[in-house]
Design a binder for this molecule. Structure first.
Ligand code: SF4
Ligand code: SF4
Length: 78
């Protein structure tokens, strides 16, 4: 079964929260730190991403959200 992970680029995120609301698995949470622009950025709080892409499509900032399939190499922590 394919497994996925989401990555948020802190400096691209404007903290709008749309991805947090969009995620059906509650993977994403508003973080506690500010980026260099002064925005609170979102973090992936847990595993379990299903790769639906809702967060990616809701995000108004190109480059802030990446959803990718976990490879076996990455799974082993390499
Ligand atoms: S791809 Fe879907 S499940 Fe994964 S973090 Fe984004 S909205 Fe949540
Ligand atoms: S939708 Fe995009 S800009 Fe908005 S909080 Fe999520 S990652 Fe940041």
């Amino acid at each position: 079964m394919k497994r996925y992970r989401v990555k948020i680029e802190p400096e691209e995120c404007k903290g709008c929260g749309r991805c947090v609301l969009a995620c059906p698995r509650a993977i994403l949470q508003m973080g506690k730190h500010l980026n260099e622009m002064g925005y609170t950025y979102v973090c992936a709080a847990k595993e379990g991403c299903i790769g639906c892409g809702s967060c990616f499509y809701q995000c108004p900032e190109p480059g802030a959200v990446t959803v990718y399939e976990i490879t076996e190499t990455e799974d082993r922590g390499a």
